[in-house]
Ligand binder design. Structure first.
Ligand SMILES: NC(=O)NCCC(=O)O
Ligand SMILES: [Zn+2]
Ligand SMILES: [Zn+2]
Length: 484
């Protein structure tokens, strides 16, 4: 089947120009003026951009005694409705479980995906088996990124010795370690203290995770990665302290990326002070929403390039699930939604306000992610030969975000009432039109797993540099005799 996207303006991470796009067999086969010979999609007045890639989602995630409600079907449908054409989920082995067995479980869940997807592997425990299986995960399973939690003590958290060992293994395999950077020990202490003082509402979740716990853990992870010779991807960077550590590291030549979430960019801590318990609990996530100064820092980081991508950490729980934590904030399942709204929210609050150019928008929602995760230009590009994961973006289309009519399976939306201007006219996943003028035409199971090779250019450059600058013995001529 041949489709021509006609009369649009192509916007990539570095170019803006008028051209038509021909799509055949799921890939882009021609770009140029006046193309014909297929079904036509009218892109008059629209921008034709690489579809969004969300590098951080948790679909049907087993967490805090339950499962996140959006699964690979509803989650990817929500993504497509908002212009996102690929997601990367986290494969989470339970303690002691084989990494390969966990991949099998994630493979089973993801067969329902409506768009392409990939996995990061989480390192949730450490031992010889994990060390050995990491090689198979990279070389045979096509996963080149490994996530480490410094928070969630007693559950997903790993200690510094495990972190250093795993980071070294990642470096040796040409893979990228990732980190959820919050100091889990301090959070556990603060949480117990708050509960003992009668502070048990959702606002105490924010009190228990001040920005210092994030700044400390980010800096620690950066330094440990540097000593291990590994690059580092810091997920959900939410505050100036964490951004500062990332900014400093990058200025010093360290290969570190920071990932703010659309929620942290546009929602703030006052949400937790709402006197409706449900309203506040629905917004409980880690790290919590911050104040305006932290938000300004994140926006500035996207502008300056010290922060690289925008994600959602989509991990959606229903109100019923959130209510598990009535009387004890530590039991409120952590996570919020955002897959459907990331692109329109970032366009409205970023591009339309002049904080980001359109090209920067494409970079942080798609191209930078494809490059860091080593799947560019198959993904994240409008180029001949690239997958036809495209969004025809109408900058004049408007809506007010509401849980009513959303694709996500949960019963509320943390962006409820926000007015957005800039929405998909068409979203195309590997050549298939999944969204057409608001009409959802997704096909369950259309999504395919995207294998990602190790040794991305930056990882390869870093390992060469680390090899050249490794400690070497000094060649001496005059060595005194021993035992004299
Ligand atoms: N972020 C969050 O609160 N939930 C999802 C799991 C994680 O990424 O920490
Ligand atoms: Zn996290
Ligand atoms: Zn997450």
């Amino acid at each position: 089947m041949t489709t021509i996207i006609k009369n649009g303006t192509i916007v990539t991470a570095d170019l803006t120009y008028k051209a038509d796009v021909k799509v055949e067999g799921g890939v882009i086969t021609e770009i140029g003026p006046n193309l014909s010979g297929g079904d036509e999609l009218d892109a008059t007045g629209c921008y034709v951009m690489p579809g969004g890639i969300d590098p951080h989602v948790h679909l049907e995630m087993p967490f805090m005694g339950t499962y996140s409600t959006d699964d690979f079907e509803s989650g990817t449908r929500a993504g497509l409705a908002g212009g996102t054409t690929m997601v990367i989920d986290f494969c989470l082995p339970s303690p002691g479980q084989s990494l390969l067995e966990a991949i099998q479980m994630w493979d089973n869940k993801s067969t329902r995906a409506n768009c392409d997807y990939s996995f990061h592997m989480a390192i949730t425990w450490w031992g010889e088996q994990v060390f050995n299986e990491m090689e198979t995960v990279v070389k045979e399973k096509g996963i080149n990124s490994f996530k480490h939690f410094l928070a969630y003590k007693g559950a997903l958290m790993v200690n510094d010795d495990e972190l250093y060992a795993s980071f070294k293994r990642c470096a040796a395999l040409g893979a990228t370690p990732m980190v959820h950077a919050e100091n889990g020990d301090v959070i556990a202490e603060l949480s117990a203290q708050l509960l003992a003082q009668g502070n048990n509402g959702p606002e105490a979740h924010a009190y228990s995770r001040p920005s210092q716990v994030e700044g400390e853990a980010t800096n620690r992870a950066i330094m440990i990665a540097d000593m291990a010779g590994a690059a580092l991807y810091v997920v959900h960077t939410s505050c100036e302290e964490s951004h500062e550590a990332i900014r400093r590291a990058r200025q010093n030549g360290k290969r570190v990326w920071g990932e703010p979430l659309i929620q942290h960019l546009t929602l703030d801590e006052t949400e937790y002070f709402n006197d409706d318990w449900d309203h506040a609990a629905r917004r409980v996530m880690s790290p919590p929403f911050r104040n305006k100064q932290h938000q300004d820092s994140l926006w500035a980081g996207l502008q300056a390039g010290s922060l690289s991508v925008v994600a959602t950490d989509h991990c959606a729980f229903t109100t019923e699930q959130k209510r598990t934590g009535v009387g004890d904030f530590t039991k409120i399942p952590n996570g919020t939604g955002g897959l459907e709204d990331r692109m329109p929210m970032l366009w409205t609050y970023g591009v339309s306000t002049g904080r980001l150019t359109m090209n920067e928008f494409v970079a942080v929602t798609s191209t930078n992610i494809a490059k860091i995760m080593n799947m560019y230009p198959k993904k994240g590009a409008v180029l001949v030969g690239a997958d036809a994961d495209l969004v025809v973006w109408d900058p004049n289309k408007e809506k007010t975000i509401s849980a009513n009519g959303q694709q996500s399976a949960i019963d509320y939306n943390v962006f409820e009432g926000k007015k957005v201007k800039g929405l998909p006219r068409f979203t195309m996943t590997r050549g298939m039109v999944a969204i057409a003028d608001g009409e959802v035409k997704t096909q369950e199971g259309h999504g395919q797993f995207v294998k990602r090779e190790p040794n991305a250019p930056v990882n390869a450059a870093l390992s060469k540099w680390k090899e050249l600058s490794a400690p070497t013995p000094v060649k001496r001529t005059g060595i005194p005799a021993t035992g004299v």
